[in-house]
Design a binder for this molecule. Structure first.
Ligand code: BDP
Length: 685
């Protein structure tokens, strides 16, 4: 099924020229090494070539003198590879990188790397070149790539009962009825999809670890976890587990989980050893502690460095890492004291501990200080801990961005976060330089993101939401590619190269985030969603609850004062001119105004419009543009598979309806609060 194979459908090539060149060069695959990952690479290459070019390549250990593709590690004994890449090229290729070069003299296209994983990524790159038609012939290929980030990770929020926390595409592909799946076929297909984009790590269970998942560390589940690790290993992907900080109590029979208690520490050492006995290349632990009712070191009056270091010591002898989440805040607070502003929490908790975390601890920080809203400023924690490994966490699953019922291509949002200048140093200190470790010379770093897949036939519920999964992996590999280039690659690979089709899909994707933002939460307001499930508008749903999420709308104005002078002081957590810009009502960019400032409805924006008029305009405009998305897609009928067309058309129809609901609920609310009419006299329901 076309939706199931996604961007790995390897559609038959349309360009005659490329087809001809492909048939010339791809008749034989020469590979001198074996091993699981190389095996995956070769299988993928053979299948991809067969499907795109219509020829099944021969495969052999040495060349027969005719044109071929030669694969191998530089030292792996493939003579064609060894002689195609000079010493300098070889030296420039890191552990997961690769080089691809057409060597006309030797009659081969060589894909060389220093490891098997590099070969796998090189093969996927080569197949992508063919599939996107971004090269017209294969005569003169010459390229080399290394990933920009060490860890390129996916976090599953799957539970052992088969449900997925914040999942919008069916049930888990990993679990069913408290058992780990036997359907490794589907897991393998997922591993292929991920590896093709460059992902190299996965945590397979929800960060909220409940009783059964706590037992993943025990004999009850460990053999099955190891089976999953086997599947991922063949695609260069390391397996991680989310752990329960209270495991020593829950499954160890101890009376405490105090990280400084010697018995607790020994328990972690022993259980970790057991995990490595089952999975020798196990990645490590992902931890959500002292957050949203999860246990953690605070119970014992210890801090997060104490907790993380205890686990780090258990993992160190095996080469594992602790990924410690910074999503730590008090979810039972009220707005009594300004210093309890939820936006401040991660920075306030973690910066004082800089330098105390062991070298194999990485702090995983959500892109924004709150929780994956459509618009948030970038977390001020990035760059603020010089002696600590940091990585960024994105949410591919569209919890607050339309739950895969609305189209919302998130790559532009992630890109903006990665490009954000922190001013932590004089130069090269944008978020991407912090998290890749280069700014402070840190050993570990990277990106993680919460997956958006389930057991729906098309993986992501909304077919076009596949672009977010694809885009995430590509961006994690290369933070420099543009969101648009990624969208185009994805569209070509998934739907073929028909120009109008590609253009339309790319432009729909590129518009979608701004459309969603404009009918839901313009000006950085956030949180006006239904509490609990987070879908659809609710004007005051979170306003009088204790989750720390407020908009403070009254009859005079709206927004949260986070300035140092009169507000929560959050704006002061930023460095350099960021603090100044965000702290100033005049300078703060319009799209974040209400995140940082409480202003009257009549406040005039940089755009020249007032806040209240912008609230109306953007909702009217957003709802109209959502309708336009639907029409654009409808105009594509007949240019792609009917079934695929229909499933997206249905979602876009629902989106257009719900966008109108957003418009009407929000506009009515603000009209009643403010008493100020729409300048254009449009009907507000
Ligand atoms: C929030 C989700 C919640 C997660 C939490 C987290 O609503 O389900 O458990 O984030 O990241 O976005 O831990």
């Amino acid at each position: 099924d076309a939706a199931y194979v996604g961007w790995l459908g390897y559609r038959h090539l349309e360009s005659e020229e490329l087809l001809k060149s492909g048939v010339t060069w791809c008749g034989r695959v020469v590979v001198a090494e074996d091993g699981e990952v190389i095996g995956s690479a070769v299988a993928e290459l053979m299948n991809g070539i067969e499907s795109m070019l219509g020829i099944r390549p021969a495969s052999s250990g040495i060349s027969d003198g005719d044109y071929c593709i030669a694969l191998g590690t530089f030292e792996g004994g493939n003579e064609l590879v060894a002689r195609t890449f000079d010493v300098a090229t070889q030296a420039a290729i890191g552990p997961e990188g690769y080089a691809i070069r057409t060597n006309s003299e030797a009659g081969c296209i060589a894909i060389g790397a220093s490891t098997a994983a590099g070969i796998l990524y090189g093969v996927f790159h080569f197949l992508r070149l063919l599939g996107t038609g971004s090269t017209s012939d294969l005569e003169s290929l010459e390229l080399a790539e290394n990933p920009k980030n060490g860890l390129r990770m996916i976090n599953q929020w799957d539970n052992i009962d088969g449900s997925i926390e914040r999942g919008y595409a069916g049930k888990s592909i990993f679990y069913l009825n408290n058992e780990i799946t036997n359907n490794t076929e589907r897991v393998r297909d997922y591993a292929r999809l991920l590896a093709s984009t460059g992902v190299n790590a996965i945590s397979i269970n929800n960060v909220n670890v409940h009783h059964y998942e706590t037992m993943f560390l025990t004999d009850k589940y460990l053999p099955d976890v190891a089976r999953l690790a086997d599947v991922f290993r063949a695609y260069g992907i390391k397996l991680f587990l989310s752990i329960n900080f209270a495991s020593p109590i829950e499954i160890g029979g101890l009376s405490t989980a105090d990280p400084l208690d010697p018995g607790v520490r020994e328990w972690w050492v022993a259980i970790t050893k057991q995990v490595y006995a089952a999975i020798p290349d196990f990645g490590g632990f992902l931890v959500k502690a002292d957050s949203e009712n999860r246990p953690g070191p605070f119970t014992y009056d210890r801090d997060h460095a104490d907790g993380a270091n205890m686990l780090a010591e258990a993992l160190l002898p095996h080469g594992g890492v602790v990924i410690w989440r910074c999503f730590v805040y008090n979810c039972k607070q009220d707005w009594r004291d300004r210093s309890t502003d939820r936006a401040r929490a991660a920075y306030d908790h973690f910066t004082p501990q800089d330098g105390r975390f062991h070298d194999n601890v990485i702090l995983q920080i959500k892109n924004g200080p709150m929780d994956f809203q459509v618009r948030e400023p970038v977390s001020p924690l990035f760059g603020a801990m010089e002696s600590t490994n940091q990585m960024i966490e994105f949410q591919i699953t569209q919890e607050y961005t339309g739950q895969q019922r609305h189209l919302c291509y998130l790559v532009p949002q992630w890109k903006e976060a990665l490009d954000f200048e922190t001013y932590a140093k004089e130069e090269a200190s944008s978020v991407k330089n912090i998290i890749n470790g280069s700014a402070y010379g840190r050993r570990y770093g990277g990106i993680a993101a919460v997956s958006n897949i389930g057991d729906d036939e098309n993986w992501t519920g909304h077919l076009l939401a596949q672009a977010n999964l694809y885009g995430y992996g590509r961006l994690a590999w290369d933070t420099e590619i543009s969101a648009e280039a990624i969208a185009e690659e994805w569209a070509r690979l998934t739907f073929g190269g028909e120009e109008r089709l590609v253009r339309t899909i790319v432009s729909m994707l590129m518009e979608s985030l701004s459309i969603y933002e404009s009918y839901t939460a313009p000006l950085g307001v956030g949180w006006m969603v239904n509490p609990g499930h987070h879908y659809g508008p609710d004007v005051d749903g979170y306003e009088y609850s204790k989750w720390g999420t407020y908009h403070f709308a009254d009859c005079h104005g709206i927004g949260v004062d986070r300035t140092v002078q009169s507000g929560t002081g959050y704006a002061g957590q930023y460095m350099g001119s960021n603090a100044y810009v965000y702290g100033s009502v005049e300078r703060c960019p319009d799209e974040l105004l209400l995140f940082f400032h409480h202003v009257p409805y009549t406040h005039v924006l940089h755009s020249g419009s007032t806040v209240i008029q912008h609230i109306y305009d953007s909702r009217f405009d957003g709802a109209e543009r959502a309708e336009q998305l639907r029409e654009d897609w409808n105009g594509l009928e007949g240019t792609l598979d009917d079934g695929l067309h229909r499933q997206v058309a249905e979602r876009l129809k629902e989106q257009a309806e719900h966008a109108r609901e957003w418009r009407d609920r929000m506009n009515t609310y603000f009209y009643r609060k403010s008493g100020i009419a729409d300048k254009l006299g449009r009907k507000i329901y």
